[in-house]
Design a protein around this ligand. Structure first.
Ligand SMILES: [Zn+2]
Length: 64
């Protein structure tokens, strides 16, 4: 999956936010471990789709 650029700090170290209660598969766990995916619900507000691992900014980006 292509990484989005953080609009705040221009970092590419961003993760896709997955909402809901997903089944924790091995693939999902790997993405979380790599920092390309975070689970919404705990620390995510608004309708953000992506999370920056560097500055913790949550932002909306188009999913394509
Ligand atoms: Zn950032």
């Amino acid at each position: 999956m292509e990484r989005k650029i953080c609009p705040k700090c221009n970092s590419q170290n961003t993760a896709y936010i997955l909402y809901g209660l997903p089944i924790m598969s091995g693939k999902l766990r790997k993405q979380i471990d790599k920092g390309t995916l975070v689970l919404g619900g705990c620390c995510v507000t608004d309708n953000a789709t992506h999370h920056c691992n560097d500055c913790t900014h949550n932002f909306k980006a188009s999913l394509d």
